[in-house]
Write a protein that binds this ligand. Structure first.
Ligand code: SAH
Length: 481
C-alpha cells in the first residue's frame, strides 16, 4: 500500500471524530464522510505504520443510513460531522459509544453495562436548537467580510446562508455585520485588525438577544469606537435585542473570549428559563446550548438525586447555578462550586432573582475548593456566611453530590474528597463518555455502585454525547464514622 492507492473498503465503525473506520490489508483506515455500512472505493491519502487515512473516491454501495444532509456545507464546515447519517442512526452510534467507553475504559462488564444503560434520549426536531453561536470573522480574498464556522482542523472560515443548528436571529446579525465591508477585521496571521469573533445568544423561552463583539484590543480605543458606532445603530433594531457588549481579547492564541467585557448598549445580561427558574446569562458564562434537551437532562438529574427537601447537596462545576437552583427547590441546602468568577456572580444573582435562599456559591476549582473545605472542617471556609452553623456536619457529609465537569472530567483530588464526604448518591452529568468512564471506574473502586446511566443528544449532528449517571454508596460509611 502506498499513498494514492485505490482500494475497496467496507466501513464498520465511526471514530470519535466522526470518520468512518474500515480495515484493509491488516491496516485500519479512517475515512472522512464515510459511515458504517458503506462500501466505498477509497484512495489512500496518508500512511502510518498500522493505520492510514483515505478519501471517498466513490460510494460503491451506500449504507442504508446514508442521507442527503439538509445543509450544503455539511462536511466542509467543522460543525456537523455526521449530518450525512440519518438521525436514528446518529442516536444508535452515540448509544454504542457510551456503552463501549463504559466497558473498555470503565472496566464494567457487558452484562452490567447493558443492565444500567438506558436508551439515549434524542430530539424530536434536531434543527435550530442552539441558543448560542460563536462566529469567527475573516476577510475574504475579494475584500468581503466573512462570518461562518471553521473548516475541520483548520482556521479557514466556511460560510453558509443558514446554519441549521442555530437560531434564525444569527442570520439577521450576520447580515448587519457583513453589510459593512469597511469595518476592521482581525487577521490571525498578522495579528492586526479588530473584529475577531461575534458571539450571539438568544434566550430560548424569552427571545432575548445578546451580541458580543470580540475585538483584538486591550481597551476602548478610537478604532474600537469607530467599529461599534458603525454596527450599533443597526444591531439595536434586531428583534429581541437586549444586550450588546464588547469583549477585549488581545491574545494571539485560540481562546475566543478575553478577560474584559464592557456593555455598549442595553443590559449586561439576557434572561432565559429552565423549568420554573429564570437565569441571567452574561457573555462569558457557560450556559447549556440546547435548552430543550437541557430541561430533560436536568429533570433526570433531579430524579436521580431523589430529593425530599431534607438533603444537603453539592453541585460541582455549577456554572451560573443552573443545576444548583433546580435542585435547591427540592433540597435543604445546595453548595455550588465554579471556577469562572462571572459565573459565580451570575449564580448568586440568579438565586436572588428566583427568591432562592438555600443555595451558596463558592469560587474556585472543584479540586481545590472541595478538599480545602473538607480539611478545614466546613463552613468556616465559606465566604458566603448566609448558611446556618448547624449545617456544617451536613455540608461535610452531604446526601448528594452532583458533578458536571468540562470534557476533561474530574480531577482525582476532587474524586478523592467526594468519596471521603461519602454522599449516599452521586449524580454525574458528563459531556465526554471517555472521561466519564474513567471517573466512574475510580468511584466504583471506592465504595460506589453504578445504578443507571442515560445518554442525551444535546449536540445533534456532531459526535458529542451527554450522559446523566446515578451512583449509590455501597458501604454504609456514614454509619461507620
Ligand atoms: N452545571 C452547569 C455548568 C456545566 S459546564 C450547567 O449545566 O450549566 C462546566 C462548568 O465547569 C463551566 O461553568 C466551567 O467554567 C466550570 N469549570 C471548569 N473547570 C472547573 C474546575 N476545575 N472547577 C470548578 N469549575 C470548573
Amino acid at each position: 500500500m502506498k499513498k494514492n492507492d485505490e482500494f475497496e473498503l467496507t466501513i464498520e465503525d465511526l471514530s470519535v471524530e466522526g470518520e468512518g473506520i474500515g480495515h484493509f490489508d491488516g491496516m485500519t483506515f479512517f475515512v472522512k464522510d464515510a459511515i458504517p455500512g458503506d462500501v466505498i472505493l477509497a484512495r489512500c491519502t496518508k500512511l502510518k505504520k498500522r493505520y492510514g487515512f483515505a478519501r471517498v473516491q466513490k460510494v460503491i454501495t451506500p449504507s442504508p443510513h446514508r442521507t442527503e444532509p439538509i445543509c450544503h456545507v455539511a462536511g466542509k464546515c467543522g460543525g456537523c460531522r455526521i449530518m450525512h447519517m440519518d438521525y436514528e442512526e446518529q442516536l444508535r452510534v452515540k448509544q454504542r459509544m457510551v456503552r463501549e467507553k463504559l466497558i473498555r475504559l470503565g472496566g464494567f462488564s457487558e452484562e452490567e453495562t447493558d443492565r444500567i444503560l438506558k436508551p439515549i434520549v434524542g430530539m424530536e426536531k434536531p434543527y435550530h436548537f442552539r441558543n448560542k453561536a460563536q462566529y469567527p470573522v475573516a476577510r475574504s480574498k475579494d475584500g468581503q467580510v466573512m462570518m461562518g464556522f471553521y473548516a475541520p482542523h483548520s482556521h479557514r472560515v466556511v460560510e453558509s446562508e443558514t446554519c441549521y443548528l442555530g437560531d434564525g436571529v444569527n442570520e439577521k446579525i450576520r447580515s448587519v455585520i457583513k453589510a459593512h465591508p469597511e469595518i476592521s477585521v482581525y487577521d490571525e496571521e498578522t495579528h492586526r485588525g479588530l473584529l475577531r469573533h461575534v458571539l450571539i445568544r438568544r434566550g430560548y423561552h424569552t427571545g432575548e438577544v445578546m451580541v458580543c463583539l470580540v475585538v483584538n484590543a486591550t481597551d476602548e480605543s478610537a478604532s474600537v469606537t469607530t467599529l461599534t458606532e458603525t454596527l450599533l445603530p443597526e444591531l439595536i433594531k434586531v428583534e429581541g435585542m437586549r444586550s450588546i457588549v464588547v469583549n477585549f481579547n488581545p491574545s494571539e492564541g485560540n481562546v475566543i473570549l478575553g478577560q474584559k467585557t464592557k456593555t455598549l448598549w442595553g443590559e449586561d445580561m439576557i434572561r432565559d428559563r429552565i423549568g420554573k427558574i429564570t437565569f441571567m446569562i452574561s457573555a462569558p458564562s457557560f450556559y447549556q446550548v440546547n435548552s430543550v434537551m437541557t430541561e430533560k437532562l436536568y429533570a433526570k438529574a433531579l430524579e436521580y438525586a431523589a430529593l425530599t427537601g431534607r438533603e444537603t447537596v453539592w453541585d460541582l462545576y455549577c456554572g451560573i447555578g443552573t443545576i444548583s437552583l433546580f435542585l435547591a427547590q427540592k433540597a435543604k441546602h445546595v453548595y455550588g462550586v465554579e471556577v469562572v468568577p462571572e459565573a459565580v456572580e451570575d449564580a448568586k444573582k440568579n438565586a436572588r432573582l428566583n427568591g432562592i435562599e438555600n443555595a451558596a456559591f463558592l469560587l474556585g476549582k472543584a479540586e481545590e475548593v472541595l478538599p480545602a473545605f473538607y480539611a478545614a472542617g466546613g463552613s468556616t471556609a465559606i465566604p458566603d456566611a448566609t448558611l446556618p452553623a448547624e449545617n456544617t456536619a451536613e455540608s461535610l457529609h452531604p446526601d448528594v453530590i452532583v458533578v458536571d465537569p468540562p470534557r476533561k472530567g474530574c480531577d482525582e483530588a476532587c474524586l478523592q474528597t467526594m468519596v471521603a464526604m461519602s454522599p449516599a448518591r452521586i449524580v454525574y452529568v458528563s459531556c465526554d463518555p471517555a472521561t466519564l468512564a474513567r471517573d466512574l471506574k475510580y468511584l466504583c473502586a471506592n465504595g460506589y455502585e453504578l445504578k443507571e446511566a442515560t445518554p442525551y443528544d444535546q449536540f445533534c449532528h456532531s459526535m458529542h454525547v451527554e450522559s446523566c449517571v446515578l451512583l449509590e454508596r455501597v458501604s454504609n460509611r456514614k454509619a461507620d464514622s
